[in-house]
Design a protein around this ligand. Structure first.
Ligand SMILES: N[C@@H](CCC(=O)N[C@@H](CS)C(=O)NCC(=O)O)C(=O)O
Length: 243
């Protein structure tokens, strides 16, 4: 039995986590038969989702989940791509996951109106007397991490400018193609789609939504990917513990 652990629809997205969306898409692309279950971050050493159980084997991190099944099935999501395309795909993934996602997360976690509409509910299960302090501590730790990595040192205007450049790069690369590298989706499409959906949702009050909608081709692309991979929800319904 193969189980992907993550979280299902919330915030107008198929998951609060771009990485869970990515793994879900990649498992579907690879034709893996899997079930979905709610993540319990205390149960795994990296304390991050997605993680996956393939029988007794625990696989953590979306990149290693993909690699595990590509190895097991003897094929790659990037079969048919040239070396230059595979390299570009990896670079697009890293930009979306390692840069654009940080801006998106800061919009959700640092702005009070967004935080108290959304991520605060990850802590609903914390008993009432302790909850406010836990929320405060986690938010402070989040801010410190972003400051440490550097993205948190920019003004909001500068962060959004960086996001706008990322989105422009994605739109320019996609151009008039259906998918990032032509007429069929490859590995990077899963990664980029998870991040774009997270940025584009109008659940949160953030200029990011408008920045995505500046690019008609990205909006069409999100619609195409959602129709293909998220036509129906197969997650058990419950609030995520944390994301
Ligand atoms: N590199 C990881 C990133 C996973 C990740 O950051 N997951 C977030 C949810 S979006 C998480 O579990 N956060 C919980 C935490 O940091 O405590 C992957 O690709 O799977």
């Amino acid at each position: 039995m193969i189980t992907l652990y993550g979280w299902g629809p919330i915030f107008g997205c198929p998951s609060p986590s771009p990485f869970v969306m990515k793994s879900e898409i990649q498992l579907q692309m690879l034709g893996v038969d899997f079930r979905r279950a709610l993540a319990d971050l205390d149960q795994v050493p990296k304390h991050k989702a997605p993680y996956l159980m393939d029988g007794d084997l625990l696989v953590q991190d979306s990149n290693f989940i993909r690699a595990h099944f590509e190895r097991k099935l003897g094929r790659s999501l990037n079969d048919g791509l040239s070396d230059a395309e595979r390299a570009a795909g990896w670079a697009l993934e890293r930009m979306a996951e390692g840069h654009l996602t940080d801006v998106m997360a800061m919009e959700r976690w640092q702005k009070d109106a967004n935080f108290f509409k959304g991520p605060v509910h990850f802590f609903d299960a914390v008993p009432e007397p302790a909850r406010a302090q836990v929320v405060k501590d986690v938010r402070e730790q989040f801010a410190a991490t972003k400051y440490g990595s550097g993205i948190g040192r920019h003004s909001e205007e500068e962060r959004l400018q960086l996001a706008a450049w990322d989105l422009e790069a994605l739109a320019l690369h996609l151009d008039t193609k259906d998918f990032l590298f032509g007429d069929r989706p490859t590995a990077a499409d899963a990664s980029v789609t998870g991040v774009l959906i997270s940025c584009a949702t109008d659940f949160f009050d953030t200029p990011l939504t408008g920045l995505v909608h500046r690019h008609a081709n990205l909006v069409d692309y999100i619609g195409r990917m959602k129709a293909r991979y998220f036509a129906r929800n197969l997650w058990p319904m419950s609030e995520p513990a944390e994301a």
